[in-house]
Design a protein around this ligand. Structure first.
Ligand code: PNS
Length: 159
């Protein structure tokens, strides 16, 4: 079974992330969405456990996709789950430069762990969690940016 990891902060998970996860699940037998937290230094809008809960809601109808929380190195997570690849989305040159560096750091930590870079779909190319957080702060229509179950939960939390 070929397992891929889709890692990220997912603060919160967006439609852009979900598109990438769906595309990764078409390429691999199993996809693990790894919600990364840097422990006590984590300064996200949403606490890590909430980010995980929202990510699980977003992927609930995808049969070969699971989400987990991880505090530590991505390479250690990938090794612990016997994953052969990390799948990341690239929206442009800036993302590519960063992902290229991270790919080789991860390869040096877990030799043979491949990084698969998928070009962001044009309709999500301007999506980011940073932008989603701004839309949440300013009370915009969240369904445009977030999976509907996630948008609904966030709205409930704000009531
Ligand atoms: O959603 P993001 O913020 O782009 O995700 C970045 C993330 C969490 C995937 C990246 O920072 C990461 O892999 N962090 C885990 C720590 C780690 O493994 N560092 C070594 C590789 S640079």
């Amino acid at each position: 079974m070929r397992t891929a990891v889709c890692p990220g902060s997912f603060d919160p998970i967006t439609l852009g992330h979900l598109d990438l996860i769906r595309r990764a699940s078409a390429l691999f037998d199993r996809v693990l969405v790894c919600v990364m937290s840097n422990g006590e230094k984590d300064r996200g809008m949403f606490p890590p456990e909430e980010r995980l809960r929202l990510a699980r809601l977003a992927v609930a109808d995808l049969p070969r996709v699971e989400a987990e929380l991880w505090t530590g190195l991505l390479a250690d997570y990938a090794r612990a789950r016997d994953a052969c690849a990390v799948v990341k989305g690239v929206r442009g040159g800036g993302d590519f430069d960063m992902e290229y560096q991270m790919a080789w750091i991860n390869d040096s930590l877990a030799p043979g762990l491949e990084t698969v870079l998928l070009p962001a779909s044009p309709r999500y190319v301007w999506f980011s969690s940073t932008m989603a957080r701004e839309m949440i702060r300013y009370g915009q229509d969240l369904e445009r940016y977030l999976p509907s179950a996630v948008a609904e939960e966030i709205r409930k939390g704000m009531r």
